[in-house]
Design a protein around this ligand. Structure first.
Ligand code: FES
Length: 172
């Protein structure tokens, strides 16, 4: 069985495998990430030890009871200030229990203006504690650029979104 979902995580580059992959240490585990063709030229600027945020698709395959995950990056960002990136201990208290049973798709704009206002950090924070029934989808511009990060929950739009406001809005 094969399942494709989106991912975003921050980690430290361990090895670069030109021309198409990079190994990244993320929360103690090593992930091999294949890089989309159009991004491969950016690998030459990377070095082991740098901190990087990766966005892309992950394919989860189950064969003979064994789960295999393949990562494919569609966006790579070198982080200048790794101390400003997400740390598990910075996460807010657990999300409300009522949300655990909800099914909902949440779109998070990851285009220019929202990205400058922190939408990739928001996406990463949400993905760390996302309940099983909630699907996070990186999206194009949602036409609310000045008040980002912008998030869409069904037909509702949320401006200046934070994890707390997103989880809180799901209950309304
Ligand atoms: S860039 Fe996010 S709403 Fe336009």
């Amino acid at each position: 069985m094969k399942r494709v979902t989106s991912f975003v995580f921050t980690g430290q580059i361990q090895t670069i495998e030109p021309p198409k992959a990079v190994q990244i240490l993320h929360q103690g585990s090593l992930r091999r990430v294949k890089v989309a063709k159009f991004l491969r030229p950016s690998l030459v600027r990377m070095q082991p030890g740098q901190w990087i945020r990766v966005v892309g698709e992950q394919e989860t395959k189950t064969e003979d009871g064994q789960e295999q995950i393949r990562y494919k990056a569609t966006d790579l960002m070198i982080l200048e200030h790794p101390e400003a990136t997400w740390r598990a201990e910075d996460m807010p208290a657990a999300i409300p229990a009522d949300i655990q049973t909800l099914t909902q798709t949440i779109k998070i704009c990851t285009k220019g203006s929202c990205r400058k206002q922190g939408s990739l950090t928001l996406l990463e924070e949400l993905s760390q504690r996302c309940p099983a029934g909630v699907i996070l989808v990186p999206s194009g511009c949602l036409k609310n650029c000045k008040a980002g990060p912008t998030v869409c929950l069904g037909s509702r739009m949320l401006s200046r979104a934070t994890p707390e406001r997103v989880w809180g809005s799901l209950l309304v």
